[in-house]
Each structure stands twice: as structure tokens, then as C-alpha cells.
Design a protein around this ligand. Sequence first.
Ligand SMILES: [Fe+2]
Length: 359
Amino acid sequence: MEERKRSIFVVDDEEPIRKVLNTHLSKEGFSVIQTSGGNSVFDTLKNSAFDIVISDIRMPEVDGIRVLEFVKENFDTTPVVMLTGLTDVAVAVEVMKKGAFDFIMKPVKKEELMAVVTRALVNRDLLERNKELEMENREYQLFLEQKVRERTRELNSKAMELQRAYGLLKSMNIQLINVLAETIEAKDRHTSGHCNRMRSLCVELGRLAGLTPEELETIEYASLLHDLGKIGISEAVLNKEGPLTSEECVHIKAHTEIGEKILSGVPLMEPVARIIVAHHEHYDGTGYPRNLAATEIPLPARIIAVVDLYDAMSSDRPYRKGLPLETVLGEMRRVSGAQLDPELVDLFLDNKVYHCNRG
Ligand SMILES: [Fe+2]
């Protein structure tokens, strides 16, 4: 590709000077535009692109300082070289401060002129390249920001999709658990509606006891499934009216561990399994199946124990009516600290948790 001819704008009111410059520069292959000055200088500058401006300082109409200021303001990478007479050295220093690239003393010597012009071009090219790089950098920055915005949008929409899928899965999960809970109730006719009542009271008491949202979800499942192991207990024993023999008692007590065994094969249900196996443990260590005491019993299991006792006493059974509320609450107070966690009994009674299931 043929290299573009570099162009130089020469502004000087003295024709002989312009001629000298024109001759030297043209010989070196530059394209030279020259003018004697005046206001047309600004139009010429606006309408053409020059690589260098060489301007006299003292001129009658528009002086070199105004030319310099105009170029600096409008074409910040274009170097301005000032021409000055011997007597103007102080002025020349002044224009350097204002941003001139260099100055050349008159009469102009070719070597000096070419040396300054060469340096001015190198300088200009560096500034131009720098400007280009800054621009590229800015564009790249914008490109990156745009990419980040797009990626964030994509991730947000994926997160929403996941949220929806999780919601669907959760509702399917709870439906399946409800089916299981109903299966247990169908087998044990003493406990109709028990699991669903347990669910809302346990979640409420759990909330008051400070369970996290995740733990509340676990206790919701555990409360519905706490008697899951009754699936493995004979119906004759479950539905027997009247006192149980000691063998029957042992048999029925096995429902805690049977429930644990059924669920422990399902990884997501392991936390639930750990709770349901402990729902007949007593705070004082006299419960079953492992004689755990106090905080050895998982908090959700202690919560289920409180609500389980309340519901067993207060709900109607085929062979008897539910006990009056005062009697139930009195009994809970009586076993607080023995069968039940006293702090949870206090929470249950003080906040009248039992009311949240009425109606
Ligand atoms: Fe139970």
C-alpha cells in the first residue's frame, strides 16, 4: 500500500520564509499548504487534516499564539512548531508553555527544520496510536460490560427457572408425603386427621423456637410422617381397644425405628428420618427407642413430642371424646420437664399455639 503523503500547514506573513519552507519540505516529500495568515487560517484548519502546523508568532491580523491555541483546542495530537526571530526568544519560551511542540529560529536552516519536523511526526504518531489504544480499550470495556449484563440476565432467568422447578418439586414432594400420611391414618383409625393437625402446630411451634426456614420444611415433613413406621405394625394391635399386652407394647414401639429405616434409604429424607425415630423420646431420658435425654433429642423431635401429646389428648377418638382444653393443658404442665421439653411447653402454652389449629 502506498504511504500517504504527510501534509504540513505553513502560516507566515512573509512570503520569502514561506517559499524556503515550501522548497525544503516539498523536496522531502511533504505536501505543503501555505498561507499568509488572517482569519482564513481557522477555516483551512477546520477543513483539512494536517500532520504538522508550522506558524510564525508575530503576524498582523491573527498572531501565532491564537493559531496555536486553536490547534491545541481542536486537534490535540497535531504538533505546532513556532517560527521566531532572534529577538523573540522570550516569546518562543512562552508559546512552549502554551503547548507548542518546538520552535525554529529564523532564518530557517534546512537540517534544523527537518530534525524538528521528524521529531514532531514521531510525537504525533505516538499520540495518535495512544488515542487509538484508549479508544479500543474503551470499546473493549463496553463490550465486556455488555457481556456481563447479558450473562447476568441469562443467569437470572435460569435462577428463576430453577426456582419454579424447585417450587414444583416441593409441591410434588408434599403431595407424596400427604399420600403417605393418609396411608398411615387409614391403617390406624384412632388417628384420623392427626397428621395434618400435627403439621400446622409443629411448624408454628418450630417458628417460635427459632428454626430456620430449611428446618421448618424438615419439621413439616417429619410431622406428617412421624408415625410412618405404623405401616409395619399389625392393624389388630393398632386398632385394639383396651389395654395392650407387654408384647403388643414392644411391637407398637417399633414404629419409630421402622419409620427411620424406611426413610433412611432416601438421601433427601435422612434429616426427617433422624427426627421421626426420636419422637417418643422423653426429655428426662425415659422414652424410647434409645433413651435419649434433653438436647440429645433433636429439637424438631422434642417439638413433635409436645404437639403429639396435645393432639392425642384433645382430639376425638372412636371410643371417647377429646379431653377438655384445660385438662389437656394441665396434663402438659404436669409432664413438662419429664416427658416434654419444659421450654417448648412454655412456648406452646404462652403463645397459645393450640389455637392456631382451631376452626
Ligand atoms: Fe408415634
